[in-house]
Design a protein around this ligand. Structure first.
Ligand SMILES: NC(=O)c1ccc[n+]([C@@H]2O[C@H](COP(=O)([O-])OP(=O)(O)OC[C@H]3O[C@@H](n4cnc5c(N)ncnc54)[C@H](OP(=O)(O)O)[C@@H]3O)[C@@H](O)[C@H]2O)c1
Length: 325
């Protein structure tokens, strides 16, 4: 039986529950392929699975994103061949040297997109795509607020929003992150650990507020984000890096100007294979055209995923992080 080394958890908890172990892989069944990973994307959602905030089967291999090369193909697989380079977002069990995966969940990589780049951008870039293009369609001339602008999703989304013609206000945790966000599409940055971001957004918009706020910080920014919106504005709450938003009365949306709130997830937007492929094609196009630059400021050996989790949760990373098997 073929095996692989993988980062597994047997119980939920802090980064110390991550274990580097030998795990069985098996042969590809009908519709499956064996993918040899060369780069694995680190995502904040991995920390939610590890901590137990989002449930997962135990014991289980962490991670949801990787890129690599197909080394074996099961019965009935069409359009994917041995030797092909491919990547995937939002499929559980990516913190491993190799894995079995349904061929339908893979996106073949075009020439010009390296595997490390793919692992850094598939989940985060497709998230940016559905946020800016499908959840609220950002239009030229609009001003938007994007929290955690120097993060993995943030740096991609800010470049994409600027490309769409928006003025981008981004919140960031440090002056160094402010510089990075400005170099990746942000017109204005706010140090939200020091400054009142609601007041600054009001100042920057001459009191009008913004039509949309993209908020993945959650608990710490929720109320303030509502206060940054113009009447009938939309809060897109897509993450909770600072903790879960406590239950709230829906009536506060009336008092603050007939607001909308949505809580979307990438899984909904790429559930159909054609949606996954179409969104990925748009992302590749923007990256290959140079409108969106994907950098990988941090890489860690996969075996050291524990250290990567500590740095991500400690707000010490910026942009994308890749784990190398
Ligand atoms: N719903 C979806 O479909 C979807 C898909 C992908 C990602 N997400 C969410 O999008 C967010 C970004 O994901 P990512 O992987 O790119 O992570 P990331 O943005 O690189 O890392 C999270 C960032 O959040 C900020 N932050 C604010 N308060 C924090 C706190 N108390 N603890 C830790 N970080 C805090 C930090 O930036 P500063 O230091 O600048 O504050 C930190 O770097 C996450 O919340 C994730 O869950 C959602």
């Amino acid at each position: 039986m073929a095996t692989t080394r993988a980062i597994r958890i047997h119980e939920t908890g802090g980064p110390e529950v991550l274990r580097w172990e030998e795990v069985e892989v098996g042969e590809p069944g009908p519709g499956q392929v064996l993918l040899e990973h060369s780069a694995i994307g680190l995502n904040f959602i991995d920390t939610y699975h590890r901590s137990g905030l989002y449930p997962m089967g135990l014991p289980g291999v962490l991670g949801r994103e990787a890129a690599g090369t197909v080394t074996a193909v099961g019965e009935g697989v069409e359009g994917i061949t041995v030797g092909q380079r491919a990547a995937y977002p939002m499929v559980a069990g990516s913190y491993a040297e190799r894995r079995l995966i349904d061929a339908d969940l893979l996106v073949p990589l075009p020439d010009g997109i390296e595997e490390r780049t793919a692992a850094a951008m598939m989940l985060k870039g497709l998230t940016a795509h559905y946020l800016l293009r499908r959840t609220y369609e950002v239009k030229p001339g609009e001003t938007i607020l994007f929290h955690a602008a120097a993060g993995g999703v943030g740096l991609i989304a800010c470049q994409w929003a600027r490309h769409l013609g928006a003025t981008v206000i981004g919140t960031v945790g440090s002056p160094e992150k402010a510089e990075l966000a400005k170099a990746h599409g942000c017109h204005h940055t706010i140090l939200y650990r020091e400054e009142n971001f609601v007041e600054r957004v009001r100042e920057l918009t001459d009191g009008a507020g913004v039509p949309v706020v993209y908020d993945s910080v959650g608990k710490d920014t929720f109320e303030g984000s509502l206060d940054c919106l113009s009447p009938r504005g939309l809060l897109v709450s897509f993450g909770q890096a600072s903790g879960a938003i406590p239950p709230f009365s829906i009536n506060i949306l009336a008092g603050k100007g007939s607001l909308f709130v949505t809580r979307p997830t990438l899984a909904t937007f790429i559930a159909r294979r054609e949606d996954l492929r179409a969104a990925a094609a748009e992302l590749f196009e923007r990256v290959l055209a140079g409108d969106i630059r994907i950098q990988v400021p941090q890489t860690y050996p996969l075996a050291e995923a524990e250290r990567a989790h500590r740095d991500l949760e400690g707000r010490r990373t910026s942009g994308s992080t890749v784990l190398v098997p």
